[in-house]
Design a protein around this ligand. Structure first.
Ligand code: IPE
Ligand code: IPE
Ligand code: MG
Length: 255
C-alpha cells in the first residue's frame, strides 16, 4: 500500500498502534448521541447538536491531516423530519450557520464540500448557501467532505434507478454497473470504514448500496464526546480486520 507518512509524522498520531500505511480511504460516519449527551447534562437536546459541530470540525481537520481522501457524515436523515419542529428548525439553522462560518476555512484547506440528499426539503436560502459552498470548493483536490442531509439510502437507490431508466429507456437488462453513475456518491469509492457513535447498532437508512462491503464499527461514545483518540480506536479496529470480499483467507493472504 502507498506510504502516506514518514516515520516522523507517524509519531503525531495519538496511538502507536495506528498503522499509517493502511488507513481507510473513505470513512463514513453516523454522528449519533447528541440528544443523550445534552440530557445527561440537563441541557436541551440542541446543546448536544451545537457541541457536535465542534467534533465535526476536529474530525475534518484530522482526516485532512491524515490524507484520508473521503469523509462522509450523516447530518440529517430523511426520517429526522419526524422530530419536534423546534429541533428541526434548530438543526437547519445550525447547518446554515456552520456552512457560512466554515466554508472559507474549508476552501483554504483545499477541502471539497459536497452535499448529498434531497434538497427539495430545504429553504431557498439554505440551498443557495449549499450551492455557493460547493461551487467555491469544487476544484479542491484534498479531502472530499460529503454531508448527507435529508438523505436516505432507499431514496438514493430509487432516485438512481429512475434516472438510469430515464437515460436509457430502451434498455431492458440493467446491471449493477449501470446504476452506479446515478447514485449520489458516484464520485467516491465505497466507504472502507463505517463508524456509528451513540451505542445503536443499525444503519438507519444511511448509505445502503455503498456499505455492502464496508467494515462496520460501533461505539457507545456519544458524538459530542467522540475525540481523536476515539477515532484512532476506530481505525485500529479497522486495521485488524481481514477484508475478504467473498474470497477465502488463504486467497487473501496470497494476493
Ligand atoms: C444525532 O444525534 C444527530 C441527528 C440525528 C441530527 P441525536 O439527536 O439522534 O441524539 P440521540 O440519539 O437522541 O441521543
Ligand atoms: C441517524 O440517527 C441519523 C443521523 C445521525 C443524522 P438517528 O438518531 O436519527 O437514528 P435512529 O432513529 O436512532 O435510528
Ligand atoms: Mg439518535
Amino acid at each position: 500500500m502507498k506510504r502516506l507518512f514518514s516515520k516522523k509524522q507517524t509519531s503525531q498520531l495519538n496511538k502507536a498502534e495506528v498503522e499509517p500505511e493502511s488507513l481507510p480511504n473513505h470513512v463514513a460516519v453516523i454522528m449519533d448521541g447528541n440528544g443523550r449527551w445534552a440530557r445527561k447534562r440537563l441541557l436541551p437536546r440542541v446543546a448536544g447538536h451545537k457541541r457536535g459541530v465542534e467534533v465535526v470540525r476536529e474530525l475534518v481537520k484530522q482526516c485532512a491531516k491524515l490524507n484520508i481522501e473521503y469523509l462522509t457524515l450523516f447530518a440529517f436523515s430523511s426520517e429526522n423530519w419526524r422530530r419536534p419542529e423546534e429541533e428541526v428548525t434548530f438543526l437547519m439553522g445550525l447547518f446554515m450557520e456552520a456552512l457560512q462560518r466554515e466554508v472559507v476555512k474549508l476552501h483554504e484547506n483545499n477541502i471539497r464540500l459536497i452535499l448529498i440528499g434531497d434538497r427539495a426539503g430545504f429553504s431557498d436560502e439554505l440551498n443557495a448557501q449549499i450551492e455557493a459552498s460547493e461551487k467555491m470548493t469544487a476544484e479542491n483536490t484534498g479531502l472530499t467532505l460529503t454531508i448527507a442531509a435529508n438523505y436516505g439510502g432507499r431514496w438514493d437507490v430509487l432516485h438512481a434507478a429512475k434516472q438510469m431508466v430515464a437515460a436509457n429507456p430502451s434498455n431492458d437488462s440493467f446491471n449493477e454497473e449501470d446504476i452506479a453513475p446515478f447514485l449520489s456518491m458516484h464520485y467516491a469509492p465505497e466507504p472502507d470504514l463505517f463508524i456509528r457513535t451513540g451505542g445503536e447498532q443499525r444503519i438507519s437508512n444511511f448509505l445502503l448500496w455503498q456499505l455492502a462491503y464496508t467494515e462496520l464499527y460501533f461505539t457507545d461514545v456519544l458524538w459530542p464526546d467522540f475525540d481523536l483518540a476515539c477515532f484512532d480506536d476506530a481505525i485500529i479496529s479497522y486495521q485488524q480486520r481481514e477484508r475478504r470480499f467473498g474470497r477465502t483467507s488463504e486467497q487473501v493472504a496470497k494476493a
